[in-house]
Ligand binder design. Structure first.
Ligand code: ADP
Length: 494
């Protein structure tokens, strides 16, 4: 991908966005709209529909009708597969357009967005398209006078609420398996990253997905997200976002139809560096990218760096040097390593965490401040704080920004104790040449994903999900399909 084709797209005016209901772009029932600000310069990029409760109900009704008349679930698997494969192809064909639009909306550095957004979304949709005709029911080992069949049925209407950090990638994690299994879906994109995802849905229709099978309503989480959560007609709710919202979704389910709720929430993932790491400089490089890519706005970010005391000072100095060399700025430049903070509110919150860390005895090694303010955009220097006690706010609470807290440890047992001392359990890593130690750490660190001598980069074949307050259920891999099916027993007397 070359810079000139990106620059060719960066100045294009962005059309206003409306909901997608029953295959049509429709405005909010009361005509309401909201400004879409670009984090690159703080300017209004376009406007989009500010959804109402009625809009959400209309979208759910459309999805329900589409499910009941089997216009999608009733198609032969080969036909559904063809549509989803075509959708993946179209996403790839429009990759640059989707990536640039998404970056103008959410601020991720383009080099990363190209791979992590349309690239990953197309791969995910294709993975589930290819899987859908390889999922069999079961025959139970019953006595000979009965036949026990276990059918795998779609659940019905899936509600999906997604965040702003990787709208296409995370959107596809939900849409791919939900649609592959024959469900209808209503999607609620995040306020500050709706545009590229809504565009990706248009491509699904172009690929032949019947109208009504996939609907989307834009607007505020507290209005349309809540209406989805409280709906009596949504069967399963899948979510990626903050713990506070996840908690609300469980309450909504309890107060309405007890819909199943699957949550992928935050993390405070430990990146554990032992002195016997195979290559400490490589570990330092990956420690920096493992927290600072997408300006730390990554649920699995390695936001706690645990370093064996004997190498602490040299290692931290190396990570700081590397971080200072990471170019922060224009997210649409291919040279940029760290893009924008998604919103002004998020930037303020990040800076607040730095103040608290200092007040609690931490020391800033590098960064700590807003930069490039003259652009009007929201940028922050990659920030490293040392001397973070395991019980300090910076070690306990997710920042979701470019702030790395460093804690020294002595020996395996202390590393595990500190690693497991938060309410979260999403990801983590251990760097060591000792095979036994690596396996022991994988076993003992309470988390959904554990990396060894690397950080990040896993593909569609392995599950991603948290333990503790990082959530439940899994995205990616064949295990994700379980969220989108019901098991039905047929007990047949012969
Ligand atoms: P973040 O803090 O990362 O923005 P949120 O959990 O607030 O995380 O947002 C993730 C998604 O949840 C967004 O699509 C947002 O609109 C939605 N959301 C926010 N509040 C609610 C709510 N009360 N009910 C349902 N969805 C919500």
């Amino acid at each position: 991908m070359d810079q000139s084709s990106i620059d060719g797209l960066r100045a294009h005016p962005v059309a206003e966005r409306f909901h997608l209901i029953e295959g049509k772009h429709v405005p909010a029932s009361d005509g309401g709209q909201m400004d879409v600000l670009s984090p690159i310069d703080g300017q209004v990029l376009t406007r989009m529909a500010r959804g109402t409760v009625q809009d959400m109900q209309a979208a759910i009704a459309s999805a329900r009708a589409a499910f009941e008349d089997r216009r999608w679930a009733g198609q032969p698997p080969a036909a559904r597969k063809k549509v989803l494969l075509k959708w993946a192809d179209l996403i790839e064909a429009h990759a640059l357009e989707l990536a640039v639009l998404g970056v103008r909306d959410n601020g991720t550095e383009i080099a990363m967005a190209l791979k992590a957004e349309p690239g990953s979304a197309a791969g995910t949709i294709r993975y589930y398209a290819e899987a859908l005709d390889k999922i069999y029911g079961e025959i139970a080992p019953t006595p000979g006078d009965v036949l026990g069949l276990i059918h795998k049925e779609p659940v019905g209407v899936v509600g999906a609420i997604v965040p702003w950090n990787f709208p296409l990638m995370i959107g596809a994690w939900k849409l791919g398996p939900a649609l592959a299994m024959g469900n209808s879906v209503v999607l609620k994109p995040a306020e500050t990253a709706s545009l590229s995802l809504m565009r990706m849905l248009d491509l699904a229709l172009e690929a032949g997905l019947p109208p009504g099978v996939l609907n989307a309503v834009t607007g505020e989480g507290a209005v349309v997200g809540e209406a989805m959560g409280l709906s009596m007609d949504v069967d399963v709710l899948v979510f990626t976002g903050s713990g506070a919202t996840g908690r609300r979704l469980m309450e909504y389910a309890a107060r309405s139809n007890m819909k199943r709720v699957y949550l992928e929430l935050g993390g405070k993932s430990p990146n554990i560096i032992f002195a016997d790491a195979p290559d400490l400089h490589e570990a330092a490089k990956v420690a920096a990218t493992g927290i600072f890519r997408n300006a730390g706005q990554v649920c699995v970010a390695g936001s706690r760096l645990l370093v064996e005391a004997s190498i602490h000072d040299d290692f931290v100095a190396d990570v700081a040097r590397i971080s200072e060399g990471m170019r922060v700025g224009d997210p649409l430049s291919l040279e940029t390593a760290i893009g924008a903070i998604n919103s002004e509110a998020q930037l303020k919150q990040n800076l607040g965490f730095v103040d608290t860390a200092l007040a609690e005895g931490g020391e800033i090694v590098t960064g700590g401040q807003r930069i490039l303010e003259e652009t009007g955009g929201y940028f922050m220097a990659p920030t490293i704080v040392t001397g973070v006690r395991p019980d300090a706010t910076l070690a306990q609470k997710e920042v979701f920004g470019p702030v790395l807290g460093v804690t020294a440890f002595d020996g395996d047992a202390e590393a595990v104790r500190i690693a497991n001392s938060t309410v979260y359990g999403l990801a983590g890593a251990v760097w060591t040449s000792n095979l036994s130690r690596a396996h022991r750490m994988v076993r003992n660190v309470r988390t959904g994903v554990m990396h060894v001598n690397t950080y990040g980069g896993s593909d569609a074949t392995v599950p991603l999900g948290g333990v503790g307050q990082s959530g439940n259920g899994h995205d990616k891999s064949l295990h994700a399909l379980e969220k989108y099916i019901n098991l039905k027993t047929a007990w047949i007397k012969l």
